[in-house]
Design a binder for this molecule. Structure first.
Ligand code: NDP
Length: 281
Protein backbone atom coordinates (compact mmCIF):
# COMPACT_ATOMS: atom_id res chain seq x y z
CA UNK A 1 0.00 0.00 0.00
CA UNK A 2 1.26 3.44 -0.89
CA UNK A 3 1.98 6.10 1.69
CA UNK A 4 -0.68 8.82 1.44
CA UNK A 5 0.75 12.31 0.99
CA UNK A 6 -1.60 14.43 3.05
CA UNK A 7 -1.93 17.88 1.47
CA UNK A 8 -4.61 18.93 3.91
CA UNK A 9 -2.33 18.39 6.88
CA UNK A 10 0.79 19.84 5.24
CA UNK A 11 -1.04 22.95 3.99
CA UNK A 12 -2.42 23.49 7.51
CA UNK A 13 1.13 23.23 8.91
CA UNK A 14 2.31 25.88 6.43
CA UNK A 15 -0.62 28.18 7.19
CA UNK A 16 0.06 27.89 10.93
CA UNK A 17 3.75 28.73 10.40
CA UNK A 18 2.75 31.74 8.31
CA UNK A 19 0.22 32.86 10.93
CA UNK A 20 3.05 33.05 13.47
CA UNK A 21 5.30 34.96 11.06
CA UNK A 22 2.50 37.43 10.26
CA UNK A 23 1.78 38.04 13.92
CA UNK A 24 5.52 38.70 14.54
CA UNK A 25 5.53 41.18 11.63
CA UNK A 26 2.40 42.85 13.04
CA UNK A 27 4.14 43.24 16.39
CA UNK A 28 6.81 45.24 14.50
CA UNK A 29 4.04 47.41 13.05
CA UNK A 30 3.87 45.74 9.63
CA UNK A 31 0.51 44.75 8.14
CA UNK A 32 0.44 42.55 5.04
CA UNK A 33 -2.17 43.20 2.37
CA UNK A 34 -3.22 41.17 -0.68
CA UNK A 35 -5.38 42.82 -3.35
CA UNK A 36 -7.73 40.29 -4.95
CA UNK A 37 -9.39 41.36 -8.19
CA UNK A 38 -12.26 39.47 -9.81
CA UNK A 39 -13.87 40.66 -13.04
CA UNK A 40 -17.37 39.26 -13.64
CA UNK A 41 -19.05 36.61 -11.51
CA UNK A 42 -17.99 33.23 -12.82
CA UNK A 43 -19.17 30.87 -10.04
CA UNK A 44 -15.95 28.79 -9.96
CA UNK A 45 -13.85 31.98 -9.72
CA UNK A 46 -16.07 33.27 -6.90
CA UNK A 47 -15.39 30.05 -4.94
CA UNK A 48 -11.60 30.37 -5.50
CA UNK A 49 -11.63 34.05 -4.52
CA UNK A 50 -13.72 33.26 -1.42
CA UNK A 51 -11.23 30.56 -0.36
CA UNK A 52 -8.31 32.95 -0.82
CA UNK A 53 -10.02 35.60 1.32
CA UNK A 54 -10.72 32.97 4.01
CA UNK A 55 -7.07 31.89 4.06
CA UNK A 56 -5.97 35.55 4.37
CA UNK A 57 -8.31 36.04 7.34
CA UNK A 58 -6.97 32.88 9.04
CA UNK A 59 -3.33 33.93 8.67
CA UNK A 60 -3.88 37.59 9.51
CA UNK A 61 -3.30 39.04 6.04
CA UNK A 62 -5.62 41.88 5.02
CA UNK A 63 -7.44 41.08 1.76
CA UNK A 64 -8.60 44.04 -0.27
CA UNK A 65 -11.32 42.79 -2.60
CA UNK A 66 -12.17 44.32 -5.99
CA UNK A 67 -15.36 42.78 -7.37
CA UNK A 68 -15.63 44.37 -10.79
CA UNK A 69 -18.55 44.02 -13.22
CA UNK A 70 -18.22 41.85 -16.34
CA UNK A 71 -18.26 45.03 -18.54
CA UNK A 72 -15.09 46.43 -16.93
CA UNK A 73 -12.77 47.55 -19.73
CA UNK A 74 -9.14 46.53 -20.11
CA UNK A 75 -8.12 50.17 -19.52
CA UNK A 76 -10.09 50.32 -16.26
CA UNK A 77 -8.49 47.10 -15.02
CA UNK A 78 -5.01 48.26 -16.04
CA UNK A 79 -5.58 51.55 -14.22
CA UNK A 80 -6.56 49.72 -10.97
CA UNK A 81 -3.44 47.54 -11.25
CA UNK A 82 -1.27 50.64 -11.80
CA UNK A 83 -2.68 52.23 -8.62
CA UNK A 84 -2.10 49.03 -6.64
CA UNK A 85 1.47 48.75 -7.97
CA UNK A 86 2.14 52.23 -6.58
CA UNK A 87 0.36 51.64 -3.25
CA UNK A 88 2.97 50.87 -0.54
CA UNK A 89 0.26 49.37 1.65
CA UNK A 90 -0.37 46.55 -0.86
CA UNK A 91 2.14 43.67 -0.98
CA UNK A 92 0.53 41.25 -3.40
CA UNK A 93 -1.80 41.65 -6.41
CA UNK A 94 -3.87 38.78 -7.69
CA UNK A 95 -6.18 38.94 -10.69
CA UNK A 96 -8.41 35.86 -10.69
CA UNK A 97 -8.16 34.14 -14.08
CA UNK A 98 -9.76 33.71 -16.51
CA UNK A 99 -10.73 37.33 -17.19
CA UNK A 100 -13.64 38.03 -19.61
CA UNK A 101 -12.74 37.56 -23.29
CA UNK A 102 -12.62 41.29 -24.15
CA UNK A 103 -9.65 41.69 -21.76
CA UNK A 104 -6.18 40.56 -22.88
CA UNK A 105 -4.95 38.23 -20.14
CA UNK A 106 -1.30 38.58 -21.13
CA UNK A 107 -1.46 42.39 -20.88
CA UNK A 108 -2.95 42.08 -17.39
CA UNK A 109 -0.29 39.63 -16.20
CA UNK A 110 2.46 41.85 -17.61
CA UNK A 111 1.03 44.94 -15.88
CA UNK A 112 1.43 43.54 -12.35
CA UNK A 113 4.70 44.61 -10.74
CA UNK A 114 7.02 41.56 -10.41
CA UNK A 115 7.51 42.68 -6.78
CA UNK A 116 3.80 42.03 -6.13
CA UNK A 117 3.33 39.11 -8.54
CA UNK A 118 2.26 36.58 -5.89
CA UNK A 119 0.81 34.22 -8.54
CA UNK A 120 4.26 34.00 -10.18
CA UNK A 121 2.84 34.38 -13.69
CA UNK A 122 4.78 37.52 -14.80
CA UNK A 123 7.46 36.81 -17.46
CA UNK A 124 10.10 38.28 -15.10
CA UNK A 125 9.09 35.81 -12.37
CA UNK A 126 9.20 32.90 -14.83
CA UNK A 127 12.56 34.08 -16.21
CA UNK A 128 13.98 34.35 -12.67
CA UNK A 129 12.91 30.78 -11.93
CA UNK A 130 14.54 29.65 -15.16
CA UNK A 131 17.94 31.21 -14.39
CA UNK A 132 17.89 30.58 -10.65
CA UNK A 133 17.27 34.13 -9.39
CA UNK A 134 14.91 34.91 -6.51
CA UNK A 135 11.35 35.62 -7.61
CA UNK A 136 7.82 34.38 -7.09
CA UNK A 137 7.03 30.84 -8.18
CA UNK A 138 3.66 29.65 -9.45
CA UNK A 139 1.77 28.36 -6.40
CA UNK A 140 0.70 24.84 -7.45
CA UNK A 141 4.19 23.62 -8.45
CA UNK A 142 5.73 25.35 -5.40
CA UNK A 143 3.19 23.50 -3.26
CA UNK A 144 4.19 20.17 -4.80
CA UNK A 145 7.84 20.75 -3.82
CA UNK A 146 6.65 21.36 -0.24
CA UNK A 147 4.55 18.17 -0.33
CA UNK A 148 7.58 16.14 -1.41
CA UNK A 149 10.02 17.75 1.05
CA UNK A 150 7.70 17.62 4.04
CA UNK A 151 6.87 13.97 3.26
CA UNK A 152 10.64 13.26 3.22
CA UNK A 153 10.69 12.09 -0.37
CA UNK A 154 14.18 12.56 -1.84
CA UNK A 155 14.27 14.54 -5.07
CA UNK A 156 18.00 14.87 -5.77
CA UNK A 157 19.22 12.50 -8.47
CA UNK A 158 15.77 11.01 -9.01
CA UNK A 159 14.15 10.70 -12.43
CA UNK A 160 11.10 12.94 -12.43
CA UNK A 161 8.59 12.74 -15.27
CA UNK A 162 6.17 15.67 -15.54
CA UNK A 163 3.15 15.13 -17.80
CA UNK A 164 1.87 18.53 -18.96
CA UNK A 165 3.69 21.68 -20.13
CA UNK A 166 1.27 24.48 -19.23
CA UNK A 167 2.73 27.80 -18.10
CA UNK A 168 1.09 27.58 -14.69
CA UNK A 169 1.81 23.95 -13.79
CA UNK A 170 3.91 21.74 -16.09
CA UNK A 171 6.73 24.12 -17.10
CA UNK A 172 7.39 25.71 -13.67
CA UNK A 173 7.10 22.23 -12.12
CA UNK A 174 9.84 20.88 -14.36
CA UNK A 175 12.07 23.90 -13.61
CA UNK A 176 11.55 23.50 -9.85
CA UNK A 177 12.41 19.79 -9.96
CA UNK A 178 15.53 20.67 -11.93
CA UNK A 179 16.43 23.26 -9.27
CA UNK A 180 16.08 20.44 -6.71
CA UNK A 181 18.59 18.39 -8.75
CA UNK A 182 16.18 15.84 -10.20
CA UNK A 183 16.71 14.52 -13.73
CA UNK A 184 13.62 15.81 -15.49
CA UNK A 185 11.60 14.61 -18.49
CA UNK A 186 8.62 16.67 -19.71
CA UNK A 187 5.82 14.88 -21.60
CA UNK A 188 2.86 16.39 -23.47
CA UNK A 189 0.16 15.52 -25.99
CA UNK A 190 2.68 14.85 -28.79
CA UNK A 191 4.96 12.62 -26.70
CA UNK A 192 5.51 9.19 -28.21
CA UNK A 193 5.73 6.15 -25.88
CA UNK A 194 4.20 8.06 -22.94
CA UNK A 195 3.62 4.88 -20.96
CA UNK A 196 7.21 3.65 -21.33
CA UNK A 197 8.62 7.03 -20.27
CA UNK A 198 6.29 7.26 -17.26
CA UNK A 199 7.28 3.74 -16.19
CA UNK A 200 10.86 4.99 -15.75
CA UNK A 201 9.86 7.73 -13.31
CA UNK A 202 10.85 7.66 -9.65
CA UNK A 203 8.56 10.66 -9.24
CA UNK A 204 5.62 11.02 -11.65
CA UNK A 205 3.83 14.38 -11.65
CA UNK A 206 0.59 14.35 -13.60
CA UNK A 207 -1.00 17.61 -14.83
CA UNK A 208 -2.89 16.61 -17.97
CA UNK A 209 -6.46 17.68 -17.33
CA UNK A 210 -7.86 14.24 -18.28
CA UNK A 211 -9.86 12.41 -15.58
CA UNK A 212 -8.25 9.16 -14.34
CA UNK A 213 -6.08 8.81 -17.46
CA UNK A 214 -3.02 7.46 -15.64
CA UNK A 215 -3.52 3.92 -14.34
CA UNK A 216 -1.11 1.39 -12.82
CA UNK A 217 0.27 0.44 -16.26
CA UNK A 218 2.08 3.85 -16.35
CA UNK A 219 3.66 3.52 -12.91
CA UNK A 220 6.89 1.85 -11.76
CA UNK A 221 6.64 -0.18 -8.55
CA UNK A 222 7.31 2.06 -5.57
CA UNK A 223 7.22 5.36 -7.51
CA UNK A 224 5.89 8.58 -5.99
CA UNK A 225 2.80 9.80 -7.88
CA UNK A 226 1.59 13.40 -7.63
CA UNK A 227 -1.85 14.10 -9.09
CA UNK A 228 -2.54 17.73 -10.00
CA UNK A 229 -5.84 17.17 -11.82
CA UNK A 230 -9.23 18.13 -10.41
CA UNK A 231 -12.43 16.83 -12.02
CA UNK A 232 -15.88 15.55 -11.13
CA UNK A 233 -16.57 11.96 -12.17
CA UNK A 234 -19.90 10.51 -13.40
CA UNK A 235 -21.12 10.27 -9.78
CA UNK A 236 -20.21 13.94 -9.17
CA UNK A 237 -17.31 12.88 -6.91
CA UNK A 238 -13.97 14.70 -7.14
CA UNK A 239 -11.20 12.79 -8.93
CA UNK A 240 -7.81 13.54 -10.44
CA UNK A 241 -5.86 12.79 -13.62
CA UNK A 242 -4.69 9.59 -11.91
CA UNK A 243 -6.86 6.52 -11.44
CA UNK A 244 -6.24 6.31 -7.69
CA UNK A 245 -7.76 2.84 -7.14
CA UNK A 246 -5.54 1.35 -9.86
CA UNK A 247 -2.29 3.21 -8.99
CA UNK A 248 -2.35 3.18 -5.19
CA UNK A 249 -1.43 -0.53 -4.84
CA UNK A 250 1.76 -0.14 -6.97
CA UNK A 251 2.93 3.37 -5.96
CA UNK A 252 5.29 3.99 -3.03
CA UNK A 253 3.56 7.28 -2.20
CA UNK A 254 0.60 9.08 -3.75
CA UNK A 255 -1.47 12.24 -3.35
CA UNK A 256 -5.25 11.76 -3.04
CA UNK A 257 -7.85 13.96 -4.77
CA UNK A 258 -9.25 15.80 -2.91
CA UNK A 259 -6.81 16.52 -0.08
CA UNK A 260 -3.53 16.28 -2.00
CA UNK A 261 -2.19 19.05 -4.25
CA UNK A 262 -5.35 21.21 -4.13
CA UNK A 263 -5.01 22.70 -0.62
CA UNK A 264 -1.31 23.48 -1.22
CA UNK A 265 -2.00 26.09 -3.91
CA UNK A 266 -3.63 28.58 -1.53
CA UNK A 267 -1.07 27.88 1.21
CA UNK A 268 1.72 28.81 -1.22
CA UNK A 269 -0.15 31.93 -2.33
CA UNK A 270 -0.20 33.00 1.31
CA UNK A 271 3.51 32.16 1.55
CA UNK A 272 4.23 34.37 -1.47
CA UNK A 273 2.32 37.29 0.13
CA UNK A 274 4.39 37.01 3.31
CA UNK A 275 7.58 36.79 1.22
CA UNK A 276 6.54 39.91 -0.72
CA UNK A 277 6.24 41.82 2.56
CA UNK A 278 9.52 40.41 3.91
CA UNK A 279 11.43 41.27 0.72
CA UNK A 280 10.35 44.87 1.12
CA UNK A 281 12.36 45.12 4.40
P1 NDP B 1 -3.64 22.52 -19.44
O1 NDP B 1 -4.85 22.01 -20.13
O2 NDP B 1 -3.21 23.93 -19.62
O3 NDP B 1 -2.39 21.58 -19.84
C1 NDP B 1 -2.52 20.21 -19.99
C2 NDP B 1 -1.22 19.63 -20.47
O4 NDP B 1 -1.37 18.22 -20.60
C3 NDP B 1 -0.78 20.16 -21.82
O5 NDP B 1 0.60 20.44 -21.81
C4 NDP B 1 -1.08 19.01 -22.79
O6 NDP B 1 -0.18 18.89 -23.85
C5 NDP B 1 -0.93 17.81 -21.87
N1 NDP B 1 -1.78 16.70 -22.34
C6 NDP B 1 -3.08 16.73 -22.65
N2 NDP B 1 -3.50 15.51 -23.06
C7 NDP B 1 -2.42 14.70 -23.00
C8 NDP B 1 -2.20 13.34 -23.31
N3 NDP B 1 -3.18 12.55 -23.75
N4 NDP B 1 -0.96 12.83 -23.14
C9 NDP B 1 0.06 13.61 -22.68
N5 NDP B 1 -0.10 14.92 -22.37
C10 NDP B 1 -1.31 15.46 -22.55
O7 NDP B 1 -3.87 22.18 -17.91
P2 NDP B 1 -3.20 22.79 -16.57
O8 NDP B 1 -1.73 22.56 -16.56
O9 NDP B 1 -3.72 24.15 -16.31
O10 NDP B 1 -3.89 21.84 -15.48
C11 NDP B 1 -3.74 20.44 -15.48
C12 NDP B 1 -4.73 19.83 -14.50
O11 NDP B 1 -4.44 20.31 -13.20
C13 NDP B 1 -6.21 20.18 -14.73
O12 NDP B 1 -6.98 19.05 -14.36
C14 NDP B 1 -6.46 21.33 -13.79
O13 NDP B 1 -7.82 21.40 -13.38
C15 NDP B 1 -5.59 20.95 -12.64
N6 NDP B 1 -5.09 22.08 -11.83
C16 NDP B 1 -5.16 21.94 -10.48
C17 NDP B 1 -4.67 22.92 -9.66
C18 NDP B 1 -4.71 22.69 -8.19
O14 NDP B 1 -4.62 23.65 -7.43
N7 NDP B 1 -4.79 21.45 -7.75
C19 NDP B 1 -4.12 24.18 -10.19
C20 NDP B 1 -4.03 24.20 -11.63
C21 NDP B 1 -4.52 23.18 -12.40
P3 NDP B 1 -0.02 20.01 -25.03
O15 NDP B 1 0.78 21.13 -24.41
O16 NDP B 1 0.71 19.29 -26.10
O17 NDP B 1 -1.43 20.41 -25.40
Amino acid sequence: MAKLINGKEISQQIKDELKEKVSALKAQGKNICLAVIQVGNDPASSVYVGNKKKACAYIGIESRAFELPEETTEEELLSIIKDLNEDDGVHGILVQLPVPKHINEEKIINAISPKKDVDGFHPESVGSLCIGRPGFVSCTPAGIIQLLKRSEIDIEGKHCVVIGRSNIVGKPMALLMLRENATVTICHSRTKNLKEICKEADILIVAIGKPKMIDASYVKDGATVIDVGIHRDANNKLCGDVDFASVEPVAGAITPVPGGVGPMTIAMLMNNCVEAAEREE
